[in-house]
Write a protein that binds this ligand. Sequence first.
Ligand SMILES: Nc1ncnc2c1ncn2[C@@H]1O[C@H](COP(=O)(O)OP(=O)(O)OP(=O)(O)O)[C@@H](O)[C@H]1O
Ligand SMILES: [Mg+2]
Length: 440
Amino acid sequence: MMKSIINEAQNVVEIISFLLFMLSEIFVIILIYGILLYVNWKMTLLLTLFLIINIALLKFTVSPKVKQAGQERAKFQERFYDILASTFGNFKIIKLKTNDKEILQKFQNASLGYVRSNIKNQTLIHFPRLFLEAIGFSLIAIIVIYLVLKYQTDIRAVLPLLSVFILGLYRLMPSINRILSSYNEILFRLEALHIVHNELIYEPEDLGNEKIEFERQICLEDVWFEYVESKPILKNVNFKINKGERVGIVGESGSGKSTLVDIIAGLYRPSRGRIFIDDVELSEKNVKSWRRKIGYIPQSIYLFDGTVAENVAFGEIIDEERVKKALQKANILDFLEKNFEGIYTQVGEGGIKLSGGQKQRIAIARALYSDPEVLILDEATSALDTETETKIMEEIYKLAEYKTLIVVAHRISTLQNCKKIVEVTQGQINVYNSFDAYIQ
Ligand SMILES: Nc1ncnc2c1ncn2[C@@H]1O[C@H](COP(=O)(O)OP(=O)(O)OP(=O)(O)O)[C@@H](O)[C@H]1O
Ligand SMILES: [Mg+2]
C-alpha cells in the first residue's frame, strides 16, 4: 500500500500528463498534415504510407518490450519495498539467524531487477526518435533527389514545394516522435494504472454522523463473525454489558477475544447478528459516534517517531496538563521526568527507545487521554511485571468507576475486580456473573 501511495499514484499522474502531451501533439500533426495535403495530396499520401509502415514496425517491435519492462518494474519495486519493510521490522531475528547475506542478496536482486527494467525502458524509449529521424531525413533526401532529377532544367519552380515539405517534415517528425515516446512512457507505467484502479474499486466506509447515546447497556444479539467465508470465528454470541460494568474476557490464544472486542468497538461489522447500544442498533450511520466513545489499547502497540506527548495526544491538540495526568495514571510520568525529558521524550521509530512495558504504559495513557466512556484493554498489561500491572490496574479500576471497562487478559489475577467474566471457547462464549463463579 505504501508503494501504491508513494510510487504508483505518481506514475498515474505521469500517465495523465503524457496523455495530455500526446493530445497537444496530435493537434499539431492534424494542422500540418492538412496543409501538406492541400499543397500536394499525392506526395503527402505517399509519405503517409511510408510513415505508417515505419510506425507500425516500431509499435510491434519496441512497444511490447517497453510494456514488459513496465510490468517488471512494478514487480521488482514491490519486492524491494517488501524486503525493506520486513528487514527493518525483524532485524534482531535476522542478526540471530545470521542470514543477512541471503537477505542482502535478495535485496540486490530486487534492486538490480528494478534498475534493469529502467535501463531497458530508457534505451528503448529513445529508439523511435532516432529511427524516425533517420527515416525522415532519408525521405527528404529522396524527395530532393527525385525533384532535381525530374525538373533538371527548372529547379527554381519546385523550390517552394520542396520548402513546404521540408518544413512540414521538420515539424512533423518531432511531433510523431513525442507521440510515440509518450505512448511508450504510458505503456511503461500502465501497470500502475491497474494497481491504483484495484485500490480504488474498494468501497470505502461511508459513515454517517448520527449521534448515539450510551446510558444503559451494550447488547450483542446472535453475533457471528468470520474472516474467511464459512469459517466462523464467533458463533451465536449473546451477552450484555451494562454501563459502568467491568467485564473480563478470557480464553485460549486464537479463540477470538481480540476479534470480539474489535466487534464491540465497532471496528469490525458482525457477519450476522446485531449490536445494540441502549436500544439503538449499531450501524454505518452511527458507528462513528460510537467509536469516539471508546478508548482502545490494542494487543500490538505502535508508537510513531515523535515525542511521548505527541504519541499520547495522537493527532489531537496537545494539552500538557491532560497528557501528564494520563501518563501519571499509566504510572510512567515519574520515570519519564526523572530519566528523560518528561513528556517531550523522543520515543524513536516504533518506540524503539522504550521497553515493551513502557510502550504499553504510553499506550494506556493514549487511551486515557481523550477520557473515553468505554475503555478496552486487549492484553494491555501483558508486558509488565506483576507489581506494576497491579498498580496500573488499580488505577484503571479506580478511574473506571464511572466507565465501562472491557479487559482481555491471560493473567487471571488481572481480572479480579471484574464483575463479569466472558470466556471464549471454540467460537462460543460462557458468561460468568462473578470472578469467583469463573474460578470455580
Ligand atoms: N485479519 C484476520 N484474517 C484472518 N483470520 C484472522 C484475522 N485476525 C485473526 N484471525 C483468526 O481469528 C482467530 C481469532 O483471532 P483473535 O486475534 O481474535 O484471537 P485472540 O483470542 O485474541 O488470541 P490471543 O490471545 O492470541 O490474542 C485466530 O484463529 C486467527 O487465526
Ligand atoms: Mg488477541
